[in-house]
Design a binder for this molecule. Structure first.
Ligand SMILES: [Zn+2]
Length: 269
């Protein structure tokens, strides 16, 4: 199925009293950073119930990135940065997966079957795309269009579970990149400077066109320096811890900001 024959949604997925699919914070922020949070919420549209999962499961890491939104909001304040957050669970539709990906609307996530995602019709798929995926990415595109003449560095903020199908993951934080490592390399250096933290270089996840959507489309597609930040979830469980990581990220960003901005518009590949 291509993106253009995905079907026409017959009804709106979100009721009139439900939260919007996207939240834009500090849209007119004067800083050079634009922050994105693809997996900020584990909310599911009322119309879809709980996707056949326990509420506990939905609130677990398969449903969202715990703590990521909290860190992103605090970082937005530090850097006076606009921030765009997705309002619904990645299990309804994952805003960081290409629509062609089997993980866009995952029938299994980290080994857990998602009953509400099995056997969807093209119209049911289209309803999720129209109600959630498109508004989120349209909001990002509008924001970036509106500041096309201003130097911009793009950061998406995620969190990862400390253990996934294997031994504990050693990284406290990771910085991931696609074709152009230069902006990420600056951040990696700044975050590793204190020697306090294990910093993943393209770990725990690299950015790949078949798996990722946000950075390839909004960053690489526009020639903006862009990187994905992944913070280990046990390091941001409390507000105090989230605030500490936001402050560290802000400090690292400021250290490398001028040099990173000089990368804008120059090809690194
Ligand atoms: Zn994520």
């Amino acid at each position: 199925m291509t993106e253009s024959d995905a079907g026409v949604s017959p009804w709106p997925l979100l009721g009139p009293d439900e939260p919007p699919p996207v939240e834009v914070v500090n849209a007119d922020g004067a800083g050079s950073a634009v922050l994105l949070c693809d997996h900020a919420s584990h909310r599911v549209p009322q119309r879809l119930g709980t996707l056949g999962l326990d509420a506990d499961r939905l609130a677990d890491h398969i449903g969202w990135d715990p703590g990521a939104g909290d860190v992103a909001r605090r970082l937005s304040v530090h850097l006076d940065a606009p921030l765009v957050l997705s309002g619904y669970s990645r299990l309804v539709i994952d805003c960081n997966r290409p629509l062609r990906s089997a993980e866009s609307i995952a029938e299994r996530s980290a080994g857990v079957p998602v009953p509400g995602n099995r056997g969807l019709t093209p119209a049911e798929r289209a309803a999720r795309i129209d109600a959630l995926f498109r508004p989120y990415h349209d909001a990002i595109a509008r924001l970036l269009d509106g500041r096309a003449r201003r130097p911009t560095l793009l950061l998406s903020i995620h969190s990862f579970t400390p253990v996934l199908n294997g031994p504990p993951r050693p990284w406290h934080i990771g910085v991931s990149y696609g074709r152009d490592r230069r902006f990420a390399a600056l951040l990696l250096g700044a975050l590793a400077r204190s020697g306090e933290f294990v910093v993943g270089d393209n770990q725990p996840y690299p950015i790949e066109d078949d798996i990722d959507y946000t950075i390839p489309v909004h960053g690489e597609g526009r020639g903006l320096p862009a990187a994905m930040i992944e913070i280990r979830q046990d390091g941001i469980r409390t507000a105090v811890d989230a605030a500490a990581w936001a402050a560290r990220l802000a400090e690292a960003y400021r250290l490398i900001e001028a040099e990173a901005l000089s990368l804008s518009g120059s090809s690194g590949s």
